[in-house]
Write a protein that binds this ligand. Structure first.
Ligand SMILES: [Zn+2]
Length: 263
């Protein structure tokens, strides 16, 4: 397979309003065949579905409520996601999970929403896209907690991606033991990113590529707006860390991604 799958990009984000179509075209010109779009909350759904209508079979939507959007009204948000899933197909439930980075006010609600959405994954037999971000001091570990909740949920066939994975070797092991994939993005190119500690030894069968655009641009664009075709830089970095041809990184991660959503 000589093409790439972008497994996580917020291409509906307003940061792309001025040049979205050019940005998407650059991605296709770079050999990216599909762009998977994680949902955030009820406001992002129309923009996301409009892009799917414009680029059918290329820009593919997920459905779910992002943990950073779990607030007092989270049950209404979940109901909207649930209704959409009853109405039509989506490739995954996402993005869902736990975010301890900004504050811990809604931790209990985030857990309830996460478990509820794992239930939707089971109901519709869909994989999940997981957002797991630790607190700034690392005292609260979202990756481990997500793993614990997945284990407690207890549906052995559950599959998915820990998106933008930037944990330790031990955490990577925990995730792959659950048969989940590690979504590798721009952090792999950061000097202090820490992915060099485990990527050389991690089998390619556990990896998929992503950018999380417009966030987390890889080096040398770090700190600027990220965009989808920079995924090539991520593939090259993985190839460098594993000392293998970049073509192998691309074909294997594409295979993994297609297998996950049964295409
Ligand atoms: Zn995201």
């Amino acid at each position: 397979m000589n093409y790439l799958i972008e497994t996580h990009a917020h291409i509906y984000d307003e940061q792309f309003d001025a040049d979205r179509d050019l940005m998407i075209q650059r991605a296709f010109d770079t050999g990216i065949k599909q762009i998977w779009m994680p949902n955030c909350d009820h406001e992002t759904i129309p923009k996301m579905l409009a892009l799917e209508a414009q680029y059918p079979k290329q820009c593919l939507p997920m459905m779910g409520i992002h943990p950073c959007y779990i607030k007092e009204d989270f049950r209404e948000e979940l109901k909207i996601a649930e209704d959409w899933l009853a109405r039509r197909d989506f490739i995954m439930i996402g993005e869902i999970g736990l975010d301890y980075y900004w504050d811990l006010t809604f931790t209990a609600e985030q857990e309830e929403a996460f478990l509820f959405q794992l239930g939707l994954a089971k109901k519709y037999q869909l994989p999940v896209c997981i957002h797991s971000r630790n607190s700034k001091d690392n005292a609260h570990n979202a990756i481990i907690r997500c793993c614990e909740l997945i284990e407690a949920f207890g549906w052995k066939e559950l599959r998915g991606i820990f998106h933008c994975f930037s944990g330790t070797q031990e955490e990577a092991q925990r995730v792959t033991d659950l048969n989940f994939l590690l979504g590798i993005g721009g952090v792999a190119t950061f000097k202090n990113g820490g992915l060099d500690k485990f990527l050389p030894e991690t089998d390619l069968r556990h990896l998929v590529l992503e950018t999380d655009a417009p966030y987390l641009a890889p080096v040398p664009h770090r700190g600027k707006r990220n965009e989808v075709f920079y995924i090539d830089l991520v593939a090259h970095r993985i190839a460098e860390l594993k000392n293998i041809p970049v073509s192998e990184v691309k074909s294997r991660t594409t295979e993994n991604a297609l297998k996950l959503i049964n295409l």
